[in-house]
Design a protein around this ligand. Sequence first.
Ligand SMILES: [Zn+2]
Length: 202
Amino acid sequence: MSDEIIECVKCRRDFIWTEGEQRFFEEHNLNRPKLCQECRTQRNSDRRPGMRDSKTSPFPTDQFQVAKPPPKSRKPPQKHRTHHMTQPVFLFGVPAVILALILTMVLAQAFSFNTLTVWFIAINGTAFLCYGCDKLLAKLGTLRIPESVLLAVEVIGGTLGAFAGMRIFRHKTAKPEFQRRFWIIAAIQLILVLGYVLLVKP
Ligand SMILES: [Zn+2]
């Protein structure tokens, strides 16, 4: 059994028939609801003002309230779910990657460094800018760059730029959980680089 979306026959709006409600309806041998709770409440109060009689209605308001699970377990209806492209991870993650790629191309044109060096400069510049931007966004109190994006930029090579941004903008330094993740990633990278330099390269 899972939550079901039903169209209200009166106001034509979708409403959720939750698992808990379905179980309640089944236990009490009630027919599946046709009206949303709003319309049901309205109808009940229109027909029997001041009365809470359960004989005339297959699902009286007060009983229905009892069957309602806490709002936490209510899932939003699928069709109204926010499109994933508008979520902050994409909103900031995609531009960050695009910026790093553009910087890489510009630097590759301007200098004769190898691709890895150019990428290293570009991603660290991007990481630095991300911390600056997020600090600004935090001050403005608006939409924020998700920590997952800041850490992802670090994972793909921007550790030094991220560290510089963190220090210079004094950003995320007071968040132990973020710091812990940041340094775990940095430690793994250090081990990989050392391992490469000491074991693979010679
Ligand atoms: Zn309705």
